[in-house]
Design a protein around this ligand. Structure first.
Ligand code: GLV
Length: 333
């Protein structure tokens, strides 16, 4: 192999081509231009000699893997969520970790609202009904659903995406409740007429509950049996955050027994596996983790991760650094 002075980047999985081209202009790139997830052993092997890894949420970069990354300075995840990376382990080894916040906010909020509408008004069932030739006549309660306009929308995690979903809800005349460790800035509360309430109040009062928390030990199974039992029998749960935020077994039971009315799910506990009984239920709308999947947004996410990697490889503090401790503060000119 020819010796090269250029830093080397591993891109673990296919991303938008402009991001690959951008990196290839300055660096040597080992590009897995397929959608196959590299098994840990292969990822570690290919990362040897690389100073940057552009990763995706399907790459499990746990402490065991991170311990074997020699010479890597940055892991640039193409996602806003980063529960696939053990950031503490990376920090301990002086590896910067970055994500892609902001660029996917509106796209993800659009999709959360699409799931909300689809579940409330039974759009997948309606489509299947027409498609399979079952439509004979107008029937008074055919595929009747729940009203969205004027309903109460409860949001867990009132960060960028949660607030963007609330903003859409306001367009539908919805009352906004939220639950977050931190109160939102006063101007955001005012703009959205949003009220911070306890978890119990949110669950009891909301017609729609939408999840926008990161996955952490504290949010794992945030919604389980006890929480579902507090919800209205007409309530609809929307999850575009991370699968393990919901206890999937408890949710299946709640949907089967009509403890709650419906759910819209973009994320699952063991992706890409979906609980088999979820597939049997009419009152759940399922999607394969695509909330941020518009062409423009996925392209921006690809570029943002590439720019984070490039910054680190050029000795600059990456713009979306999650563990600032690993990077010395920028020197003043
Ligand atoms: C996708 O799930 C993301 O975290 O960006």
């Amino acid at each position: 192999m020819a010796m090269s002075a250029r830093p080397r980047v591993l891109i673990t999985k296919r991303i938008f081509p402009e991001a690959v081209e951008f990196l290839e202009r300055s660096f040597d790139v080992d590009y897995n231009g397929t959608d196959r997830v590299l098994p840990s052993g292969e990822l570690i092997e290919r990362a040897r000699g690389c100073q940057a890894i552009v990763s995706q949420l399907t790459d499990r970069l746990d402490a065991g893997v991170i311990a074997q990354l020699e010479g890597v300075r940055i892991i640039a995840n193409v996602a806003v969520g980063y529960d696939n990376i053990d950031v503490a382990a990376a920090t301990a080894r002086g590896i910067a970790v970055t994500n892609t916040p902001g660029v996917l906010t509106e796209t993800t909020a659009d999709f959360a609202f699409a799931l909300l509408m689809a579940a409330a008004r039974r759009i997948p069932e309606a489509h299947a009904f027409v498609h399979s030739g079952q439509w004979r006549t107008w029937i008074i309660d055919l595929l009747a659903g729940q009203d969205v306009y004027g309903a109460t929308l409860g949001i867990f995690g009132f960060g960028r995406i949660g607030a963007a979903v609330a903003r859409r809800g306001r367009g539908f005349g919805m009352r906004i409740l939220y639950c977050d460790e931190q109160p939102a800035p006063a101007e955001v509360e005012r703009e959205l007429e949003a009220r911070r309430v306890s978890k119990e109040e949110l669950l009891r009062e909301s017609d729609f509950v939408s999840l926008h928390v990161p996955l952490t030990p504290a949010t794992r199974h945030l919604i389980s049996r006890a929480e579902l039992a507090l919800m209205k029998p007409t309530a609809i749960l929307i999850n575009t955050a991370r699968g393990p935020v919901v206890d999937e077994e408890a949710l299946v039971e709640a949907l089967e027994r009509r403890i709650i009315w419906a759910a819209g799910l973009d994320v699952f506990e063991n992706e890409p596996a979906v609980h088999p009984r979820l597939l049997e239920l009419p009152n759940v709308v399922l999607a394969p983790h695509i909330a941020s999947a518009s062409y423009a947004t996925r392209r921006r996410m690809s570029m943002m991760a590439a720019e984070n990697a490039a910054a680190a490889l050029s000795g600059k503090r990456p713009p979306n650094l999650l563990n600032p401790g690993v990077w010395p503060a920028e020197e003043l000119p």
